[in-house]
Write a protein that binds this ligand. Sequence first.
Ligand SMILES: Nc1nc2c(c(=O)[nH]1)N[C@H]1C(S)=C(S)[C@@H](COP(=O)(O)O)O[C@H]1N2
Ligand SMILES: [Mo]
Length: 182
Amino acid sequence: MTSRRTVLVAGASLLLPLAPAARAACRTAALSATRDAASCIVLDIHGPKRRPDDVPLASLTLAQLQALPQTTIQTSLPHALHAVRRAAWEGPSLSDVLAEQGLQAARSVYVESLSGYGADLPSEDLRTYSPILAWRRNGQALAVRNNGPLIVIYPFDSHPALRGDIRYLQRIVWQVQALTVQ
Ligand SMILES: Nc1nc2c(c(=O)[nH]1)N[C@H]1C(S)=C(S)[C@@H](COP(=O)(O)O)O[C@H]1N2
Ligand SMILES: [Mo]
């Protein structure tokens, strides 16, 4: 009886939205990118007609993002993040993250960081360059202090046109916490 109850409680915690306290605890877990961070909510997704007090359409855990098809982009970041050397960045494409929710960016997707910095990624970018929301760099999950838990990565090394264009540096949003489809 006791063990049955435990199973039910554990199952329920996977299905129900996390309580605020659990979310806060996750902030700390995501900070150190411990294994527990997979069960933390790392990304809110908002729809096109977002108003300031709207609850997100979806709030995804890192595990949910890891369950989507993963892409690896091998690239350096020319000037961003103090010119990071070529590395393997891994995560789902932004298009797949939205498609999973039945969403598509008609015009753009606004990507917002933990600090409030944000950039608008045009929908053509998603089609042409398939930028990803990377959660791992060279096999290592990104802690918040390493610009995680999520960072937008474009394939700079395979598309020279991206390299000299400041707009693409501005679109490498790090410490991503939310997407707003527009
Ligand atoms: N979270 C977050 N991402 C961000 C920024 C920022 O301030 N915060 N700055 C943007 C800009 S303007 C540039 S040029 C690149 C490079 O940032 P860097 O100053 O770390 O090199 O990151 C982009 N992504
Ligand atoms: Mo910048």
